[in-house]
Design a protein around this ligand. Structure first.
Ligand SMILES: [Zn+2]
Length: 305
């Protein structure tokens, strides 16, 4: 394992991570020194009254289009049925990101991932949406969205390749770990997809001796690397559950679609959706330790220089 070797050579490098804040501390960036970025876009709690809450966009019946602003353009009206936005906080996902990062820093004796956190409540800003739906054209929220994406770009600017892990929380009855690579649940179940359609396209090209199926849900998959350490963390896709088999499953959103390697570049991305029981304090550190090891075995996050 590369990180065991890594450990032998870098035994005394631990330093506190530098933290950079955006305007009003709405966005927070912990500067890392690994080819790994952890993000939590939905774990924030701040609800400043200066930013009106996101509820629903403006519906234009003729075009079937939603316009995400608080004052509706002529010919449109606020429509909770057609243009509702999601405002639920993903509880304990910031805490999970910090717990996973701490484990990785310890396993590598002071080499840490980059971390980007949104401290605004999702009712004020949703960085896992395009800018319009995310910020409703409110200047302070729009600036925070720019900062969130800007900090990811800053982290990526230090990398020639890397992995972004976007951490979320779901409330699906299956209570499993959902790993999103931009393959819809129907396509995962039917097998109709190709590596080029996914947020780990760059990684698939590097692993020439591995089939994509193996990397996605077989012996080399992140799901396998999690489950083999603790079978109670049932993951999908994985060897145990190659697809959701008609069940509930999130395939990945704006962040992994934009910052992963589907469109371009050598940074791959995976959205990890966690059930509440894993995010809660009784389980969080146990899972964080397992995810940290799984990530280090899944991807060479060491910096080349
Ligand atoms: Zn979320």
């Amino acid at each position: 394992m590369w990180w065991c070797v890594f450990l032998l050579f870098f035994l005394d490098t631990s330093e506190a991570q530098e933290v950079i804040f955006g305007q009003n501390k709405y966005i927070e960036y912990h500067v890392g020194n690994l080819n790994l970025i952890l993000t939590a876009p939905h774990g924030g709690s701040l609800t400043p009254s200066s930013i009106p809450s996101r509820e629903a966009g403006c519906w234009e019946r003729a075009s079937g289009k939603c316009y995400y602003t608080h004052s509706c353009p002529v010919g449109t009206a606020t429509d909770i049925a057609n243009c509702k936005v999601t405002t639920v906080k993903d509880l304990y996902t910031q805490e999970m990101v910090l717990a996973v990062a701490k484990e990785i820093c310890q396993l590598t004796s002071g080499y840490c991932p980059h971390i980007v956190l949104n401290n605004l409540h999702r009712s004020k800003l949703d960085p896992n949406r395009d800018k319009d739906e995310a910020a409703f054209a409110v200047p302070a929220a729009s600036q925070a969205w720019d900062e969130f994406m800007g900090f990811i770009q800053t982290a990526k600017s230090h990398m020639t390749h890397g992995l972004l892990i976007d951490i979320h929380g779901h409330s699906h009855a299956e209570n499993w770990v959902e790993l999103g690579y931009l393959i819809s649940k129907a396509n995962l179940d039917s097998g109709k997809f190709s590596a080029a359609d996914t947020s780990i396209y760059a990684l698939s090209k590097k692993r020439q001796g591995t089939t994509f199926s193996d990397l996605l849900r077989g012996g080399q998959s992140l799901g396998k690397l999690i489950e083999q350490q603790n079978a109670s963390y049932v993951s999908v896709p994985s060897p145990s559950n190659p697809g959701p088999n008609g069940g509930n499953y999130f395939s990945g959103g704006y962040i992994v679609a934009t910052h992963g390697s589907k469109v371009s570049g050598d940074v791959d991305a995976v959205q990890i959706e966690l059930p509440k029981w894993i995010r809660e304090s009784a389980e969080r550190s146990k899972f964080a330790a397992i995810l940290a090891k799984a990530l280090l075995n899944y991807y060479d996050v060491s910096l080349a220089n």
